[in-house]
Ligand binder design. Structure first.
Ligand SMILES: Nc1ncnc2c1ncn2[C@@H]1O[C@H](COP(=O)(O)OP(=O)(O)OP(=O)(O)O)[C@@H](O)[C@H]1O
Ligand SMILES: [Mg+2]
Length: 499
C-alpha cells in the first residue's frame, strides 16, 4: 500500500532515496580517493628511489670515466663494457658528452659523434644536474656532471634516460587489485544502504499503514508510532486532528438535525391549522381569518429561519473575497442600527439609549458588523422587561473599538452563558419561541465578528440584566471565521489573545 501510494510521487523527492544516495556516496568516495592517493604516492616514491639509485651509479661511473681518461680516449674496453652492462641493467640509454658537446658514446649507437645542445646539458656544465620524468612516454632522464678530480671543473656530462615501464606495470597491477577492492566495497555499501534505508524508514511506513487503516475505516483507535520523535509528533498531531474532526462531525450532524427540526416545526403547525380548517364544516369566517393569520405567522417564521441560515452559511464561507472592507464611521453605523430597531423597542416599551464616547472610524465590512450589532441589540430589546432600558455605547482605544450593549432584561442563567453562541441554542425554548427566536442570531453575530478578527464577550446576572461587549480591531484584516459551534469560553480565549 505504501509503495502503491508512492507510485504517483516524484521519486527524487523521496527521503529513502536521499538516505540511500548519501550512504552510497559516503561509503564509496573515500575508497576511490584512497585508491588514487595510494597509487600516486607509490609512483612518486618509486620514481624518486629509482632516480637516486641510478644517480649514485652515474656518479661512480663519472669517476671511472675520469680515472680511465674516457673523454680523451673512448675506446676503453672496461668502461664500454661497464656502460653496456649499466644500460641493459636499468633498461636505459647512456650518452657521454664531452666539453665540445659532442656525443662520444651512445649505448644505443644512434647519435654517436653528433653534437648535442640542450638546456639540461648546458646547465649540467654549470654543475646543476637535472632529472625529469616524462610520464607519457614512461622514462626518466637526468644529467650527471663528469668532474675533473684535480681542477674540480665539469669536463663532460652523462645523459641517462631509463624506462619506467616496470614501475608503470606495478601500478597497473596494483590499480587492478584496487578496482576489485572498490567493486567489493561498492557492493557492500549498496547492500548496507538498502538495509539501512529500509530500517530507517520503517517507522514512517508504520505511520502510513496506521493512517490508511484509519482512512479505510478498519480502526478508529488512536495511532501510536513512538519509534522516532518525528513519528511520535506526527501520530499525536494526527490524533488531535481526528478528535477535532470527530467533534466537527458531531456538530455537523447536530446542526443538520436542528435545521430539519426547526424547518419542520412551522410546516407541522401550518399543516395542523390547515387540516383543522378542512375537517370542520361551515367554519365561521373569523376562525378562518384567525387560522390564516397563524399560518402567515408560521410562513414568516419559516422565512426568517431560512434567511438566518443563509446568512450563517455566507459568513462561514472561507474566502476573504466575501469581505467588503471600507472605512466606516462606527457611531453612524450603530445609530442606523438603532433607527431600524427603535419601532420594536417602542412596541416593547423599552427605552433605547445611545452613548457615543468618542468618534470612531474603522476599516470593517459594514453590512456584516451591522448584522452582528443588530442581532445583539434586538436580543437586548426582546429579552427585556416592560419599561426596561437598553444602552448602546461606542468607544475605542488606539487599536480596537468596542460596542457595548447592556440591558435591564431577564438575564441569562449562569449554566447557559457558555452555550448562547451555539446555533439553535435558546435558554427558555418556550419563551424564546413565543418571542419568535430561532437561536441563530448570536451565532450569526459571532461569525461576523470573528471574520473581523474581533471578539464578543457576555456578562449577565439573571433577573438583573445582560451586557454584551463587541471588540473589533480598527484595521480589520478580514480573518476567517471559525466554526460557529465554539462556545463563549473559546470566544473569551480569543478575547484574551487580543489583549
Ligand atoms: N440580552 C439578552 N438577555 C437575555 N437572554 C438573552 C439575551 N441575548 C440572548 N439571550 C438568550 O440567548 C439565546 C440565543 O440568542 P440568539 O440571538 O442566538 O437566538 P434568539 O434570539 O433566540 O433567536 P434569533 O436571534 O435567531 O431570532 C436566546 O434565545 C436567549 O435565551
Ligand atoms: Mg436573537
Amino acid at each position: 500500500m505504501f509503495r502503491e501510494r508512492l507510485q504517483n510521487i516524484n521519486p527524487f523527492n523521496s527521503l529513502g532515496l536521499r538516505i540511500f544516495l548519501i550512504i552510497c556516496l559516503v561509503g564509496t568516495i573515500p575508497v576511490v580517493l584512497l585508491r588514487s592517493i595510494i597509487l600516486n604516492s607509490y609512483e612518486t616514491r618509486a620514481i624518486s628511489v629509482r632516480v637516486s639509485e641510478i644517480q649514485n651509479q652515474c656518479t661512480i661511473l663519472a669517476n671511472h670515466l675520469v680515472t680511465y681518461g674516457y673523454l680523451e680516449d673512448p675506446s676503453s674496453e672496461t668502461v664500454n663494457t661497464e656502460l653496456d652492462q649499466f644500460s641493459s641493467l636499468y633498461d636505459g640509454r647512456i650518452m657521454i658528452i664531452d666539453s665540445d658537446l659532442k656525443i662520444i658514446k651512445d649505448t644505443y649507437s644512434i647519435s654517436q659523434g653528433k653534437i648535442m645542445i640542450s638546456e639540461e646539458i648546458l646547465r649540467c656544465f654549470d654543475k646543476a644536474s637535472i632529472s625529469k620524468h616524462d610520464k607519457k612516454n614512461r622514462y626518466i632522464e637526468f644529467t650527471t656532471p663528469i668532474t675533473d678530480l684535480e681542477t674540480g671543473s665539469v669536463i663532460g656530462v652523462i645523459l641517462t634516460s631509463v624506462s619506467t615501464d616496470n614501475i608503470a606495470e606495478t601500478i597497473k597491477i596494483m590499480g587492478r587489485k584496487a578496482y576489485l577492492f572498490e567493486i567489493i566495497a561498492a557492493v557492500l555499501t549498496v547492500c548496507f544502504a538498502v538495509f539501512t534505508t529500509i530500517y530507517l524508514l520503517k517507522p514512517f511506513r508504520d505511520v502510513n499503514t496506521a493512517l490508511i487503516q484509519v482512512e479505510e475505516g478498519f480502526t478508529e483507535e488512536k495511532i501510536s508510532v513512538p519509534a522516532y520523535n518525528e513519528t511520535k509528533v506526527i501520530s499525536e498531531s494526527f490524533n488531535r486532528l481526528m478528535e477535532k474532526m470527530k467533534t466537527l462531525e458531531a456538530s455537523r450532524q447536530e446542526f443538520v438535525s436542528n435545521v430539519s427540526h426547526e424547518l419542520k416545526t412551522p410546516i407541522t403547525s401550518m399543516k395542523v391549522l390547515a387540516d383543522s380548517l378542512i375537517l370542520q364544516e361551515d367554519v365561521p369566517i373569523e376562525i378562518y381569518r384567525e387560522f390564516m393569520e397563524d399560518i402567515t405567522a408560521e410562513i414568516d417564521r419559516e422565512d426568517k429561519i431560512i434567511n438566518d441560515l443563509l446568512s450563517l452559511v455566507k459568513l462561514n464561507r472561507t474566502s476573504n473575497d466575501l469581505m467588503n472592507i471600507t472605512s466606516v464611521d462606527v457611531n453612524r453605523m450603530v445609530e442606523d442600527v438603532l433607527k431600524r430597531v427603535r419601532p420594536i423597542a417602542d412596541r416593547q416599551k423599552v427605552d433605547l439609549i445611545f452613548e457615543s464616547i468618542r468618534p470612531v472610524t474603522a476599516q470593517i465590512d459594514e453590512i456584516k458588523l451591522s448584522l452582528a450589532v443588530m442581532n445583539v441589540v434586538e436580543n437586548a430589546i426582546k429579552y427585556n422587561k416592560e419599561n426596561g432600558w437598553v444602552k448602546v455605547a461606542v468607544d475605542a482605544d488606539h487599536q480596537f473599538f468596542t460596542v457595548t450593549v447592556s440591558d435591564s432584561g431577564i438575564g441569562i442563567p449562569e449554566e447557559s452563558v457558555a452555550h448562547i453562541f451555539e446555533r439553535f441554542y435558546r435558554v427558555d425554548k418556550s419563551h424564546s419561541r413565543e418571542i419568535g427566536g430561532t437561536g441563530l442570531g448570536l451565532a450569526i453575530a459571532r461569525s461576523a465578528i470573528l471574520m473581523h478578527d474581533g471578539a464578543i464577550k457576555v456578562e449577565s446576572t439573571e433577573g438583573v440584566g445582560t451586557a454584551f461587549t463587541i471588540k473589533v480591531p480598527l484595521k480589520s484584516l478580514g480573518i476567517q471565521p471559525a466554526a460557529t459551534t465554539k462556545s463563549s469560553e473559546e470566544n473569551e480565549d480569543n478575547e484574551e489573545k487580543d489583549k
